[in-house]
Ligand binder design. Structure first.
Ligand code: ATP
Ligand code: MG
Length: 248
């Protein structure tokens, strides 16, 4: 349903995305692994349209979206959470979710909506708060919420637009072990029809939730396979033992 064909991106002379190709089944959970600077976030920026590729194509259900804007891609069902929190600190958790829900609805209806009183917005806020396990802190200002709760809210904002494809950029970055298992539950509990791509550094979580894994290194896809195949793969072991060296 989401397909990437020969995607390339350079910044000046630096090739950050090199001929990246992959295809996701509807409802698939794909984890993207790779060391710092491998080009994982850049790939997400290309998928959502925050960056334009140097060449290559991105397709949803067989139709190219490469020429579409960020808003048009959101309308096509793509939504992403950020590696670093991207929240309105002085608003409550509920208000943050309501704004995201309302933006998602307005895009489909071409209406400005009154986020806080619209029953449809209220329903989405409740649903999403449950999905990301933050119902207890809906009326807490974001700046007073724990770091882990803020990471959950970050994913909630992406879900509040009711996407078909959810991209999560290191949802567990900076959280402790207890919170990693909370994210494991969160991801496992997402609706099965939602297609999910997760950039993740925690290998146990990755192996647990992924249907398939794509490994990036220096902008190249160096491996794709099931969690079991990935676990046994020498290239992946080398990268994660920190002594990866290109053959060239
Ligand atoms: N706007 C930009 N201009 C120039 N270089 C960039 C830009 N964005 C990213 N890069 C470079 O591209 C490479 C890949 O960066 P990217 O953020 O995609 O890596 P990543 O795999 O997400 O890393 P991390 O695990 O640290 O988040 C890095 O060398 C980075 O410095
Ligand atoms: Mg990144």
């Amino acid at each position: 349903m989401l397909e990437v064909r020969n995607l390339c991106k350079s910044f000046g002379g630096l090739e950050v995305t090199k001929n990246v190709s992959f295809a996701l089944e509807p409802g698939e959970r794909r984890v993207v692994l790779g060391p710092n600077g491998a080009g994982k976030t850049t790939l997400f920026n290309l998928l959502v349209g925050e960056l334009l590729p140097s060449s290559g194509d991105i397709l949803i259900d067989g139709a190219s979206i490469t020429g579409l804007s960020v808003d048009q891609r959101a309308l096509a069902g793509m939504s992403r959470s950020y590696q670093k929190n991207n929240l309105f600190e002085d608003l409550t958790v509920r208000e943050n979710l309501a704004l995201a829900a309302s933006a998602g609805l307005s895009k489909t209806r071409w209406l400005a909506r009154d986020s806080f009183h619209d029953p449809e917005v209220r329903d989405i806020v409740q649903d999403v708060a449950q999905q990301v396990a933050i119902t207890e802190i809906l009326d807490t200002p974001v700046h007073s919420a724990s770091y882990g709760n803020r990471r959950q809210l970050e994913v909630g904002l992406a879900l509040a637009t009711r996407p078909k494809i959810l991209l999560m950029d290191e949802p567990t970055s900076g959280v402790g072990p207890g919170m990693i298992s909370a994210f494991n539950q969160l991801i496992s509990g997402l609706p099965r029809e939602l297609t999910v791509v997760i950039i993740e550094h925690d290998l146990d979580l990755a192996f647990d939730v992924a249907d398939r894994i794509t490994v990036l290194n220096y902008g190249d896809v160096v491996f794709e396979g099931t969690p079991a195949e990935t676990r046994g793969n020498q290239i992946v072991r080398d990268i994660y033992l920190g002594d990866w060296q290109a053959d060239a």
